[in-house]
Design a protein around this ligand. Structure first.
Ligand code: S3P
Length: 169
């Protein structure tokens, strides 16, 4: 069985959908941000603050290389993981890449309650979300399967992924 790699912007539901998929398929979840935090013993916010985004991206690429060596797991990535071709290639090696999408307004709603996303700690997060989404769109579109999450439950999204991934095994 191939890995299922979840990509997509912050707040598109990668973490909850990964859990739902794990429950339905009996597969293990590996969360890239959690692995980054474990290996550095720092929070994502601290890494950004102390070392900056470029260093975070290097660590992220290293962790993606490691976790994509697994087989038959669900991998939940951070929203910027799809921006490097090297990461995409690693994700595709043993797996199918699924990108979750949502509107800027939904993303704002889902991310506004917590402050653990350094890129959205700005005065006008909605504007920031729109800018980042516009820049990132062509990268997210490299995924094998793209799923709109608007007005769907995590269960519905997980079921849609299971159905659409059939062609990739
Ligand atoms: C980021 C998304 C975050 C985290 C970091 C950078 C991004 O992960 O990796 O804050 O560049 O979109 P989530 O998508 O899980 O929030």
């Amino acid at each position: 069985m191939q890995n299922i790699v979840l990509t997509g912007f912050m707040g598109t539901g990668k973490t909850v959908v990964a859990r739902e998929l794990a429950r339905l398929l009996g597969m293990k979840v590996i969360d890239v941000d959690t692995e980054i935090e474990k290996s550095t013993q720092m929070s994502i916010n601290e890494i950004f603050r102390q070392f900056g985004e470029p260093r975070f991206r290097e660590i992220e690429t290293e962790i993606i290389k490691q976790v994509t060596a697994n087989k038959n797991v669900i991998i939940s990535t951070g929203g910027g993981a799809a921006l490097k071709q090297e990461n995409i290639d690693a994700m595709r090696k043993n797996g199918v890449i699924v990108c979750l999408t949502a509107t800027p307004e939904t993303i704002l709603e889902r991310t506004r309650s917590n402050s653990d996303r350094p890129l959205l700690l700005v005065e006008n997060p909605l504007e920031r979300i729109k800018e980042l989404l516009q820049f990132r769109k062509p990268f997210y579109e490299k995924a094998d399967i793209i799923i709109d999450t608007e007005r769907k439950t995590p269960l519905q999204i997980a079921e849609e992924i299971i159905e659409r991934r059939k062609g990739y095994n």
